[in-house]
Design a protein around this ligand. Structure first.
Ligand SMILES: [Zn+2]
Length: 55
């Protein structure tokens, strides 16, 4: 999964591994700290919940 423009350092795209233990930036290689990762994942989950449920 990729989180676009979510890198705290360069606003690049973050690559989230399937296990979600490892989130790093595709542009600058920055690895998110645990706290930053939590914030990102919370935001992603929030966005997913806001999507309309398919009928
Ligand atoms: Zn970056």
């Amino acid at each position: 999964m990729v989180a676009f423009k979510s890198c705290p350092r360069c606003h690049g795209d973050l690559l989230i591994s399937r296990k979600i233990e490892d989130v790093s930036c595709l542009q600058c290689g920055y690895e998110l700290k645990p706290a930053e990762r939590e914030t990102l994942l919370a935001r992603i989950n929030q966005r997913a919940r806001r999507l309309p449920v398919a009928a």
